[in-house]
Design a protein around this ligand. Sequence first.
Ligand code: NDP
Length: 385
Amino acid sequence: MKKISILGATGSIGKSTLDLIERSPDDFEVVALTAAVNAAALADAARMTGARLAVIADESRLPELEAALRGTDCRAATGEDALVEAATGDADLVMAAIVGCAGLAPTMAAVEAGKTVALANKEALVTAGDLMTDAVAKSGANLLPVDSEHNAIFQSLAGGRIDQVSRIILTASGGPFRTSSADEMRTATPTQAVAHPNWSMGAKISVDSATLMNKGLELIEAHYLFGLPSERIDILIHPQSVIHSLVEYVDGSVLAQLGSPDMRIPIAYALAWPDRMPTPAQRLNLADIARLDFGEPDLERFPALRLAREALEAGGSAPAVLNAANEVAVATFLDGRIQFPDISRLVESALEENNRPGPQSIEDVFEIDREVRRSVTAFIEERCA
Ligand code: NDP
């Protein structure tokens, strides 16, 4: 029986993970669960799984969590140390599914503790890529990609060795604004931006998919996961989200992983690795789908993808700056205070102004993150005043 800890248990990935675990109760034991503010859902999940530790990041919600867990063997806790405890306790596998840089400390703690880490929290790897890959090398942790594209590459790499790979191709659905004009995107509402055509996901990643920043973050994520330079990672628009990504080998063979757009497939792969487990995901019927389309991304309408590639190539602090500015901009857009194209504009000016040195420690990453959040927020306040 595998012992599992789920960081971000109340989110979209967290809930899909719980759904799979509930369907295979003899294979998994949940030991710890975490959430940010949603104490009721966290307590429900703890009761359902019999977890022994439930951590709520927002301290003010602790009394509510304690009350909801009364009569169970589950301990309620809050604070950074408790989050790290959830990530490093006696779990064999840690599902890192907190959204944003907020997941960096517990994810890094799990890596340093040598755990098998199922990584959904791409922002953790984007902001601290070199530090995390060094920590993986030191501790012997396994970093298993949950992001469907990286999971597809991970699976396709089973057909060869990384030194036989000429390039990897990340597919992108193109998001809800794939065919929208620049004018339509200017007036896009948060509701339109989160309405992803193929995937059902949390609000932040849905907006990232609409700007294509998600693909940009995935480009940086792929660089750190697979050790390939920017010029050997291509992006391909594929609106049906059936081919989840491809690996081209030196002999010209291309291997890919296909499947229905259901995150339970890559999550199940990471949960069961190196084995496989059944999922209720719809089986792929290519005859029904009949056609698959492909195209180049439009970097004029979707500048976020260009900015992410530039940040990856600049290295140093640039990926952490890109991520922090994007997190603030997306949250402000979701609050209805800026327009959709402002997201990329804010990220671009944060990168232009950046002359911070690359982070040497995780504390440096947090310092960069705090500074960029402060300056982007101040810029927005000034403009909105
Ligand atoms: P959601 O917004 O649905 O869930 C986020 C989870 O993180 C919730 O449990 C939330 O708790 C918790 N959380 C949020 N902020 C904090 C914080 N400051 N401290 C501690 N916990 C926090 O996100 P998703 O599940 O969509 O995404 C999670 C990660 O997985 C992201 O990095 C995303 O990019 C990645 N990913 C997601 C995919 C998807 O299909 N959803 C696909 C591929 C990658 P609460 O509920 O209490 O707010």
